[in-house]
Design a protein around this ligand. Structure first.
Ligand code: ADP
Length: 338
């Protein structure tokens, strides 16, 4: 991005400027101290010679020696100056290279954040555009039909309502995501983990029963601290996914146990699983491991696990997934105990 190129150039110049100020000050100090040192070495013999009587023959030889030393002193100072200039040029070259890499390294996280943000905006716009385009073309086609009857108009309205429902779901998911990602205030309280999972289960129970999916639970009675409503939401996402991606007549296991200072929750299904190459991305926003299947069959947007991750992070916990294609998936959540 051009903005980053210009920012890293400015930062490089700034770093080089700082390094050069330090190097120039250091060189000036070295020059001052060394020149003074050379001068003081010369002044002692000069003083001694000046005390000798003018007709002392040693004085003329000493004067000559003194003059030569004076010249030598000038040359030494010149050498010192030239060496310090070379030293500073070298520092300038080295610091330019180092500063460039340091500036890139400093700006990298900001650049990545902006890239993620712009990808997110593009994905969100794309998801919003799809139902809008479908609605628009349906309305246009029907408006062109001069013999449009009330039953066709009803069908059109029905289909538009479905698309509006999708838009509503998407905007709710986006709002939720932004709420959890930008949340700084925490209204934590202490409550039972079992009751929280049970409350989430009740919300997906109907969907599970409709597909004849059975739940097997093994709960250890644990107390956790957090936002109860958010954690119910977290388990709804995970249980809903487990049901959505499981075959009919299968089983979902939920276990909770104490692990050091954490509560470990495992949700294991017997679904199609997640391919190894997709596994690192499932918590990314708008990521669907199998986009055509996920979207058409489940009307999903790939935001569920991103929301789940934000909720877990809000509670200083961790979430991960283990899966093998064809062998089901296990989601493991760790939350700090109360
Ligand atoms: P979606 O709304 O598409 O389900 P999620 O963020 O909840 O979005 O999940 C991201 C992707 O991870 C899904 O599209 C799906 O491919 C995969 N996934 C999530 N949970 C499971 C699961 N239990 N079994 C298999 N695949 C899953």
């Amino acid at each position: 991005m051009t903005i980053f190129r210009s920012a890293s150039f400015k930062l490089t110049v700034f770093y080089v400027f700082i390094v050069m100020i330090i190097s120039a000050s250091f060189s000036a100090a070295v020059y001052q101290i060394s020149s003074a040192e050379i001068g003081s070495c010369m002044s002692r013999p000069a003083l001694y010679i000046r005390q000798l009587s003018p007709d002392n023959p040693v004085r003329s030889i000493a004067n000559e020696l003194e003059r030569m030393r004076g010249e030598q002193m000038g040359e030494s100072r010149d050498h010192l100056l030239v060496n310090l200039v070379y030293f500073n040029i070298l520092i300038l070259l080295l610091s330019s290279v180092a500063s460039y890499f340091f500036a890139r390294w400093t700006l990298r996280p900001i650049e990545q954040m902006m890239e993620t943000q712009s990808r997110f905006t593009a994905d969100a716009s794309h998801e919003l555009k799809t139902p809008l385009t479908a609605m628009k073309s349906e309305i246009e086609v029907n408006l062109r039909d001069k013999n449009l009857g009330s039953s066709e108009a009803k069908k059109l309205l029905q289909s538009n309502l479905e698309e509006i429902g999708k838009l509503e779901n998407l905007s709710n998911a986006l709002l939720e995501l932004s709420r959890y990602e930008n949340k700084s205030e925490k209204n934590f309280e202490e409550f039972s983990l079992t009751e929280t999972i049970t409350a989430a289960y009740e919300k997906v129970e109907k969907l599970a029963k409709g597909r004849n999916i059975e739940f097997e639970t093994n709960f250890q009675d644990l107390k956790i601290r957090g936002e109860r409503q958010s954690l119910i939401e977290l388990f709804v996402v995970l249980l809903d996914n487990a049901v959505k991606y499981s075959p009919k007549n299968s089983k979902i296991e939920i276990t909770t146990k104490k692990e050091m200072r954490h509560a470990e929750i495992k949700i294991k299904d017997q679904g199609a699983g997640i391919k190894k190459e997709n596994l690192p991305h499932i918590f990314d926003r708008f990521y669907r491991a199998d986009s055509s299947r996920s979207k058409e069959k489940t009307g999903s947007y790939g935001l569920g696990l991103a929301i789940a991750k934000s909720i877990v992070e809000l509670h200083s916990g961790t979430i991960s997934a283990e899966s093998k294609a064809g062998h089901g998936s296990t989601f493991i959540i760790k939350l700090p105990l109360a």
